[in-house]
Design a protein around this ligand. Structure first.
Ligand code: CMP
Length: 147
């Protein structure tokens, strides 16, 4: 089954939007198979964003991600990556559709509420930075037959 890595950025936690964002994923039928609030280490943040190293926004992005707790999670489902990216909207909140998470709660590209992996390969790489395989839980979601 396809897996997605997603985390709620520090401003989302500070603004009290954790429940709001999780609720939108749940209402769509997305299955959360692992979740925890953490203060990421510098090493974890650098590993997560290594493809952006050297870009003009990299230092600001790293500083922001390390500015407070984040909520990391693993999601599972058929086409879950495309589904999640559709729900969260474009990286730039200005381009994200109004009904999407970033389109409703985001203001800047850096503080864009959530991060979600953009491919199965990246999802597997990124979730391993924060989770051990035994932390990812197998269970049945009640709504599964009705989606
Ligand atoms: P995220 O989904 O976390 O993945 C990489 C992040 O880099 C992205 O969201 C933005 O927060 C940030 N980012 C990407 N492009 C820019 C940019 N042009 N200016 C500032 N931040 C950016």
């Amino acid at each position: 089954m396809e897996r997605e890595f997603l985390f709620l950025k520090p401003n989302t936690v500070r603004r009290g939007l954790v429940g709001e964002v999780i609720s939108r994923l749940e209402r769509r039928g997305i299955k959360i198979v692992a979740m925890k609030m953490i203060c990421p280490t510098k090493e974890q943040a650098e590993e997560l964003y290594k493809e952006h190293k050297g870009k003009p926004f990299y230092e600001d992005l790293l500083k922001f991600i390390l500015s407070g707790p984040i909520v990391v999670m693993v999601l599972e489902g058929p086409r879950v990556i495309d589904m999640v990216r559709h729900i969260i909207g474009n990286t730039d909140p200005l381009k994200a559709s109004p009904g999407s998470i970033r389109g409703e709660f985001g203001m800047s590209i850096t503080k864009n509420i959530v991060h979600a992996s953009d491919s199965p390969e990246n999802a597997e790489r990124e979730l391993k930075i924060f989770f051990k395989e035994e932390e990812i839980i197998k269970y049945r979601l009640d709504v599964q037959d009705d989606l």
